[in-house]
Design a protein around this ligand. Structure first.
Ligand code: GAP
Length: 582
């Protein structure tokens, strides 16, 4: 991971935000190559998920929204991590991010210093196995001094009061992983970043930077539906910034406080509507054909379909062989969710979530319908016509099936019978609130995943026996920031330079290219390999026709991963490269 972080800085992929002022925790900036990489990933997602499909539309909503949205969605009340606070430093840590530690617990009744400063707090801290008592005390004094500020004076002059050796502990999760200070009770900590909208900056003006892009899609569902002549099933996709005050941002960009999400809300009919229209809801089984959506698909097949589609997407950007899937168990699932699968990816620090795909029922739209009192129902003529053909017994059978399902619920409150009957009454008239399948991916995580997957280092020994580490980023051509390096063999031959410039100008209009005439050709190839450029084009004396007219206006095309070199006519170059990089 350190090597990837270092390469990212050295070659302009990712920098620490505000670095000249000591950084800004959990926030990152993308340099020239990182910006291109992200842009390519963003376009790959947008094209695959919206432009290339007839059933998905795009949205670009604002980051700031009416705070009522976050109340209705449940974020104000429940979007929280359980946190514990260090008794020495007040530093917080996520309760589930504390690894077990061994050592001896030391206790103090407080601290004083010659400046007259006094700290009356009973604290305990973990002296780790192997840590010398004097270095432990020094560390504790430094932490206390840091927290107390100037009034405590020099750390080495702080006196720790009434030291007691309490106990030896093994595998304890009750001490802060960095400071060793005893942790307090776990308390919920809301992850939304608060801000004020309006000039008074009072509580009445509080709103939040969005913690996910999804809610704007739900809030605009009716506008999109009414203005776009679409029918359910259809989806709305959005890419944009999201903000979370993560307690422990970590692993480079993996868990950041400002990041970008790429989310699709795919709206489907409730299964009961599918059953009324199609006579049955198709059941999923291993090996089911997921290639073409069918009218008799219920939520389960749609959910499987999107897992399959997203897997194909990751295969298309070179991540196919590093994916794993975690199907959440009924105990993991939120009460409204029917299924959720996490697509996991191998990162240098472990296998972690890249994307979540959830079947969320009608929870979100219904919550906004209740809170806003604006109907989120759609009308479905086909459903109304099909329902009109049902007998009363058939209708009652559908109601009884749903009542039995409600009674069997193990999470959340079952819907009372009058509410179930009222819902069916609306359904038989053709009206319902759509259900949703939500594939939700993080752009920054995706960029980190492709960088980690692409990174390779090999040791090479040159002719003089000198060892050199060669770094290559095997980025998929579709996502690589620079697609082609263009190199005149020599920079002091105006004819070579002129032709190379011509090739550069030809390609540049269609893809991001890099022109380089400095250093040896091998060195120039190596520089581009290090940033993942998949192709190199060299203009040599053959290109000028010096070895015969048949080679005039041809170039050497070098392939990064195979090292293969082929002779290609300049007039064929674009046609050959474009399909490989887009
Ligand atoms: N609307 C559903 C939702 O937001 P999530 O699992 O909280 O679900 C979806 O987030 C994706 O967003 C994650 O799989 C991850 O890729 C990305 N993500 C979430 N929190 C992130 C963070 N702090 N830093 C970077 N990416 C994050």
């Amino acid at each position: 991971m350190e090597k990837i972080v270092s390469l990212c800085k050295r070659r302009g992929f990712i920098y620490q935000s505000s670095e000249i002022y000591g950084g800004c925790g959990g926030v990152w900036d993308y340099g020239p190559l990182g910006a291109e990489l992200k842009r390519n990933l963003r376009s790959a997602w947008w094209n695959t998920m919206t432009r290339e499909r007839e059933d998905v539309l795009g949205l670009d909503a604002s980051i700031l929204m009416n705070p009522a949205i976050w109340k209705a969605s449940g974020h104000v009340d429940t979007f929280a991590d359980l946190m514990r606070e260090c008794s020495l430093t007040n530093k917080r840590v996520r309760a589930d991010h504390v690894d077990p530690q061994d050592g001896v617990v030391m206790k103090y009744s407080g601290a004083t210093s010659p400046t007259g400063w006094r700290w009356d707090r009973v604290v305990s801290a973990l002296m780790k196995n192997g840590e010398h008592i004097e270095s432990f005390r020094k560390r504790i004094r430094a932490l206390i001094a840091q927290n107390a500020g100037e009034s405590a004076g020099k750390p080495e002059e702080i006196e720790l009061l009434n030291e007691e050796k309490i106990d030896a502990v093994n595998g304890s999760v009750d001490f802060h992983p960095e400071t060793g200070g005893a942790l307090g009770e776990a308390r919920p900590f809301n992850l939304m970043l608060k801000t004020y909208l309006g000039p008074t900056a009072t509580e009445a003006d509080v709103t939040y930077l969005r913690p996910e892009t999804a809610q704007a899609i739900f809030a605009q569902f009716k506008n999109v539906f009414d203005s776009s002549r679409v029918k359910v099933p259809f989806g709305i996709g959005q890419i944009g910034k999201a903000f979370r005050n993560e307690v422990t941002p970590k692993n480079f960009t993996f868990r950041s406080r400002e990041f970008e999400q790429m989310e699709l809300e795919f709206f489907i009919k409730p299964d009961e509507a599918v059953e009324i229209i199609s006579g049955e809801v198709a059941a999923w089984s291993e090996g089911a054909d997921l290639s073409e959506p069918q009218p008799n698909w219920g939520w389960e097949l749609w959910h499987r379909y999107w897992v399959d589609q997203r897997t194909k997407f990751y295969q298309g950007i070179g991540l196919g062989d590093v994916l794993e899937y975690y199907w959440q168990t009924p105990a993991d699932l939120a009460h409204y969710a029917r299924a959720c699968v996490d697509i996991l990816c191998e990162f240098p620090f472990g296998t972690e979530e890249l994307e979540g795909i959830a079947a969320r029922g009608d929870f979100d739209l219904s919550a906004h319908q209740t809170a806003s009192t604006k109907s989120q129902e759609i009308f479905d003529e086909e459903l109304k016509t099909a329902a009109a053909k049902l007998t009363d017994e058939q209708k009652e059978a559908l109601i009884q099936k749903r009542l039995a399902a409600e009674a069997a619920k193990t999470k959340g409150e079952p819907l009372p019978e009058p509410a179930v009957r009222a819902w069916f009454e609306r359904l038989f008239k053709g009206s319902y609130v759509p259900h949703v399948i939500e594939p939700s991916a993080g752009l920054d995580r995706m960029a980190l995943a492709v960088l980690a997957k692409a990174f390779s280092e090999t040791e090479k020994v040159d002719e003089k026996g000198k060892k050199e580490i060669i770094t290559v980023l095997h980025l998929h051509p579709r996502v690589a920031p620079i697609k082609v390096g263009v190199f005149p063999l020599l920079k002091n031959k105006p004819e070579l330079v002129a032709k190379a410039r011509e090739v550069y100008a030809l390609l540049k209009k269609h893809m991001n290219c890099f022109y380089d005439e400095t250093a040896s050709i091998g060195r120039r190839y190596a520089r581009q390999d290090e940033v993942g450029t998949p192709f190199g084009v060299t203009i040599d004396f053959d290109s000028l026709g010096e070895k015969g007219p048949e080679l005039l206006d041809t170039v050497t095309l070098r392939h990064r991963d195979s090292g293969e070199q082929e002779r290609v006519k300049i007039s064929d170059l674009l046609g050959k490269l474009l399909p490989l990089v887009s």
